[in-house]
Design a protein around this ligand. Structure first.
Ligand SMILES: *[C@@H]1O[C@H](CO)[C@@H](O)[C@H](O)[C@H]1NC(C)=O
Ligand SMILES: *[C@@H]1O[C@H](CO)[C@@H](O)[C@H](O)[C@H]1NC(C)=O
Ligand SMILES: *[C@@H]1O[C@H](CO)[C@@H](O)[C@H](O)[C@H]1NC(C)=O
Ligand SMILES: [Zn+2]
Length: 430
């Protein structure tokens, strides 16, 4: 009897909160940075996820999650994280499943990714039921990107009056418009809804253009700009995109979309139907686990123009920077609005700093970018030492209100991703 009681206390203690190191994959998409210029590769090597870096290979994305195309493995248990959770439901919070609701990535971008938008939840359902081949699930796919190095991208429509100016400056593009469409150029920047309507008419006409006609106009514009002695940044970008994707409608994207750089630590949240393309640099990205992407150019893949032009949000956006919440311990918390699949916490501290990791009622994954630290789970008191490139799975805590603690051994920088519990969402005002 006594024996049994002790045993059950022990097993309770073990189940209370577990720390596991994960082995995670890095993929070699063509737009990734090459060899050691890729932060994703450097991290993957530092954390022993790969054995060496091939200088001739691109390393694009380091993935942390349970996605079928790149599932994390629990090193100590010799099985996938998904399997480990299925066998021990205590590892995750009550509402969480064995599949993480998010995918966390480190991206190293050398060349442009395709221009794209992602649907809302309601649109995701409709797209999936109409065309399950191109839209493999029925979910939305909000994304947040946080720059690690200077990070260049296109995102959101420019001020409409500026688009109007650019359509005149890059006048070749007007060859794709009808006389009636051309009248709309001067309606861009007018008050009220007529401006967004004008943009939709112009954008739709250009994106619906016949491929051969498009090819001619893209080349004509790119050739003129390439021949100019003095080129603006925008001219350079158009010429660059045309050299990589000759004849692709996406070459026109910088005329319509904000082109800007995030400084390290700055973030952008990509709302549904907001057009975007990453161009260069390293970032961490967290997204809900979905593949629903509608492409808009800079890609050899299928472009669903009709869904694209109907779904796009044609409003002008000021530079869409996302400002995170500052927590009491000076860490930052990214809680984009309307998202219940993920929050991201930036965990940064100097040598000797010690603080709690909050929101422990959910499981989380902590990806270390630099430095080292000890994480002590709420109950076991046995620290797990983690360093650059390593990924720690911190199971949901069953130890009441106790939080895991982190003690920094060497200046430390990491990102922690998790699905917020409903009480975390309702208690936390952002
Ligand atoms: C990288 O590519 C170059 C040129 O193709 C080749 O000479 C070299 O052996 C390759 N290096 C490795 C490590 O594969
Ligand atoms: C479209 O974008 C604007 C600007 O970012 C935003 O205020 C608005 O809510 C968006 N509209 C929809 C329907 O999402
Ligand atoms: C971290 O843990 C290791 C091993 O238990 C220990 O040697 C080291 O002193 C700890 N460092 C800190 C900063 O607590
Ligand atoms: Zn995207």
């Amino acid at each position: 009897m006594k024996f049994l009681a002790i045993f059950s206390i022990l097993s309770l203690q073990i189940d209370c909160q577990m720390l596991y190191k994960l082995q995670c994959p890095v993929n070699n998409y063509a737009w990734g940075a090459k060899g050691e210029s890729s932060m994703a590769a450097i991290l993957a090597l530092a954390g022993n996820h790969i054995s060496h870096i091939d200088p001739n290979k691109t390393y694009a994305e380091f993935w942390v999650g349970t996605h079928q195309n790149g599932p994390a493995r629990v090193i100590e248990l010799g099985k996938s994280l998904e399997e480990a959770i299925r066998e021990n439901r205590e590892l995750v919070g009550e509402k969480e499943s064995e599949k993480l609701t998010f995918l966390f990535k480190v991206l190293s971008v050398a060349g442009p990714l395709s221009i794209q938008i992602h649907p809302t939840k309601a649109q995701g359902k409709i797209l999936h039921s109409k065309d399950p081949k191109n839209y493999p699930d029925d979910n939305h796919k909000p994304e947040i990107a946080i720059a690690l190095t200077e990070f260049e991208l296109l995102s959101g429509f420019r001020q409409h009056s500026q688009i109007s100016d650019f359509l005149k400056l890059y006048s070749e593009i007007q060859e794709l418009l009808s006389d009636e469409d051309r009248v709309q150029i001067d309606n861009l920047g007018s008050f009220g809804e007529s401006s967004s309507k004008a943009l939709k008419i112009i954008f739709s006409r250009i994106w619906r253009s016949e491929k051969s006609k498009l090819g001619v106009v893209v080349e004509k514009l790119a050739n003129r700009l390439a021949g100019q002695e003095i080129k603006s940044q925008l001219d350079e970008l158009i010429v660059y995109l045309a050299s990589l994707y000759p004849g692709d409608v996406g070459v026109f994207a910088p005329i319509f979309l904000n082109h800007f750089k995030l400084q390290p630590g700055e973030a952008t949240f990509l709302e549904p139907n907001m057009p975007h393309a990453y161009l260069k640099g390293d970032c961490v990205e967290c997204m809900s686990c979905s593949d629903n992407t509608i492409r808009a150019g800079l890609t050899p893949k299928y472009i669903d123009v009709e869904s694209l032009v109907e779904m796009l949000n044609y409003s002008e956006t000021l530079l869409p920077k996302y400002i995170p919440n500052e927590l009491a311990d000076h860490t930052k918390l990214f809680t984009p609005k309307g998202i219940d699949e993920f929050w991201v916490q930036e965990v940064k501290g100097s040598t000797g700093a010690k603080f709690d990791l909050p929101f422990a009622e959910s499981a989380s994954v902590l990806t270390v970018l630099s430095g080292s630290a000890n994480v002590t789970s709420a109950e076991t008191r046995k620290p797990e030492t983690i360093k650059k490139g390593e990924v720690l799975f911190i199971s949901a805590s069953r130890c009441g209100k106790n939080q895991p603690k982190i003690e920094i051994s060497e200046d430390f920088w990491a990102f922690r991703a998790f699905q917020p519990s409903s009480s975390a969402i309702s208690n936390f005002q952002n």
